[in-house]
Design a protein around this ligand. Structure first.
Ligand SMILES: [Zn+2]
Length: 447
C-alpha cells in the first residue's frame, strides 16, 4: 500500500460522535492516516478540499465474516434446505479451497465489502490445513492468504483464529471436510495461532471458539486464557440453532451460555455471535458479564435461525456489533435496519433501536470488538476511515440524513477511505474490478 497523503475533505453532511443527527458542512482533515481537526459548520470549503456530496459516516465494521461463504450466495435455496443442509454445501466449497483460491475469493469478497463502506472485517477463520487435515508446510498459510487479501482489497482485518476440534457437543471426532479445521487439541491450536505474525499494520490476530459443538468443555479455558494473555479479542458462535442448545443441555446439563460462563470464557473482551436462541437466564449472564453480541440478521434470516433478543441484550449491558457472516448480503445498512425491523416483527413494537444506536453498532461497536478501539468515530486522532453515502439516488433522494439506515444500501456508497487511503472513489474500487474478480474466484470453487 502507498503511504496516505495529507488531505482535506468537505462533507455536505457528516455524522460526528455523540450527535443525535448529522451536521452540515463538515471540514475533515487527514494527517498520517488519522483524522486531524473535524469542524462542523464550514460553509465555504478551502479550495484544496475534496467535496463529498451526501452523508459521510465513520468507516463501517463487519465484525463477523467467513469470506469463502460468499461463493454460496444464491445457490442454497433448492429443496428448502435448512441450516444443516446449507452446511453440507458450505463444506463442499471449503473442500475446494487452497491458499491461492482462498486468497482470490477473500480478496474479491473483501473488495465487495469495501464497495459497501466496510473498512474493517473480522474473519472467523477455521480453514487451517490441507483437505486431509495435514498441516501445510507453513501451518498458517491460509491465515496469511486472508491477511494478504485484506491488504489488496484495502481494508483492515482481524484474523479471528478459530479453535475447532470436534464435530459434535458429545465429542465425535472431525471427519471428511471438517478434518482441515482441526489442530488436535487447544494446546495445538494455541501453538499454531501463537506462531503467526500477520504481515502488515492493517491486520491483527484474535481468537475464536467455533462453538460448544466444536470445542470440548475441558478445552475452553485454554483458548480463553490464550486470548487474555495476548490481549486479543475472543469471538464465538453462540446458540445459533435450537439443536445446539438441545445437544448441550442433553450432554452437559446446561445451556451453552452457562457452560461458557463456567469456563471463564465470557466478559467484555468476548463477543458472542448470533445469540438468537437464549433463555432469560442466558440473557442475564451475558449482559452482567459485559459480553458483546454480534448480530448477523441477514444471515440469521437466510438460515432460518430466528430473531435474537438484541434489545434485551443491549439493555442488559452487552455492546452490539454487526456482521454479514455468510454474505448472503454484504450491506451493513441492510444489516442495521434488519436488527430493528426483525425485532418489530417479533415484538409487534416499533422503535426498538435509535438511529444513533444503529450507527454505533455498524461503526465504533464493530471496530472495538475487533480490537481497533481507535476507529469508528469521526474525531481527531481516530483512524481516518470514512464512508460517504449519496443522498440523491432513487433510494435516498428526499431522505433526511438521519434516516440513512432506513433508506440507503451498499450501492449508494460513493467514497471510502481506510486509514487515510482512498479505497473507493465515485462508487468504484480504486484497484480492483470487483464483479470480475468475484465471478472468477467463485467459478474456481463451484464449477
Ligand atoms: Zn459465523
Amino acid at each position: 500500500m502507498t503511504a496516505p497523503e495529507p488531505a482535506r475533505y468537505h462533507a455536505e453532511y457528516a455524522w460526528l460522535p455523540d450527535r443525535p443527527a448529522p451536521d452540515a458542512d463538515v471540514l475533515i482533515e487527514v494527517v498520517d492516516g488519522r483524522f486531524g481537526p473535524v469542524t462542523a459548520g464550514v460553509p465555504v470549503p478551502p479550495p484544496d478540499a475534496r467535496r463529498l456530496p451526501g452523508l459521510t459516516l465513520p468507516g463501517l465494521a463487519n465484525a463477523h465474516s467467513h469470506a469463502f461463504h460468499r461463493a454460496l450466495r444464491g445457490r442454497t435455496h433448492g429443496g428448502r434446505g435448512d441450516f444443516w443442509a446449507w452446511r453440507t454445501q458450505m463444506y463442499a466449497v471449503a473442500d475446494r479451497l487452497d491458499p491461492e483460491r482462498y486468497l482470490a475469493l477473500a480478496r474479491a469478497t473483501y473488495a465487495e465489502m469495501a464497495l459497501a463502506g466496510i473498512t474493517c472485517v473480522g474473519e472467523f477463520h477455521y480453514l487451517h490445513h490441507a483437505p486431509d487435515g495435514a498441516p501445510y508446510a507453513d501451518p498458517n498459510v491460509m491465515g496469511a492468504a486472508l491477511v494478504e487479501a485484506a491488504a489488496q482489497a484495502g481494508i483492515r482485518l482481524t484474523l479471528l483464529d478459530t479453535c475447532y476440534l470436534t464435530a459434535t457437543v458429545d465429542g465425535k471426532p472431525l471427519a471428511g471436510p471438517q478434518l482441515r479445521f482441526g489442530d488436535g487439541d487447544a494446546a495445538g491450536w494455541a501453538r499454531r495461532a501463537g506462531a503467526f505474525t500477520p504481515a502488515g499494520a492493517h491486520a491483527r490476530v484474535g481468537a475464536a471458539i467455533h462453538s460448544v459443538r466444536a470445542v470440548p468443555a475441558d478445552q475452553l479455558a485454554e483458548v480463553a486464557g490464550w486470548a487474555r494473555e495476548h490481549a486479543a479479542p475472543l469471538h464465538l458462535h453462540l446458540s445459533e440453532q435450537p439443536a445446539e442448545n438441545e445437544a448441550c443441555l442433553a450432554y452437559h446439563g446446561k445451556s451453552p451460555t452457562a457452560l461458557l460462563a463456567e469456563a471463564g470464557v465470557l466478559g467484555p473482551a468476548t463477543t458472542a455471535v448470533h445469540a438468537t436462541q437464549l433463555s432469560g437466564l442466558d440473557l442475564d449472564v451475558l449482559g452482567s458479564s459485559g459480553t458483546g453480541i454480534c448480530a448477523c440478521p441477514t444471515t440469521e434470516r437466510d438460515l432460518a435461525d430466528g430473531v435474537g433478543p438484541i434489545r434485551k441484550l443491549a439493555d442488559g449491558g452487552s455492546p452490539i456489533s454487526l456482521g454479514t457472516d455468510s454474505h448472503a448480503v454484504v450491506d451493513l445498512f441492510e444489516e442495521a435496519r434488519a436488527v430493528e425491523l426483525n425485532l418489530r416483527l417479533a415484538t409487534l413494537t416499533r422503535g426498538q433501536f435509535s438511529p444513533v444506536e444503529l450507527l454505533r453498532a455498524a461503526t465504533e461497536g464493530g471496530h472495538a470488538t475487533l480490537g481497533w478501539t481507535d476507529a469508528g468515530r469521526l474525531e481527531r486522532g481516530d483512524r481516518a476511515d470514512l464512508v460517504t453515502v449519496r443522498l440523491d439516488s432513487a433510494r435516498t433522494a428526499g431522505v433526511p440524513p438521519v434516516g440513512v439506515f432506513f433508506a440507503a444500501g451498499a450501492a449508494d456508497v460513493t467514497d471510502v477511505l481506510a486509514d487515510g487511503r482512498p479505497v473507493v472513489r465515485e462508487g468504484r474500487h480504486v484497484r480492483l474490478d470487483v464483479p470480475t474478480e468475484l465471478s472468477a474466484a467463485i467459478a474456481a470453487v463451484t464449477s
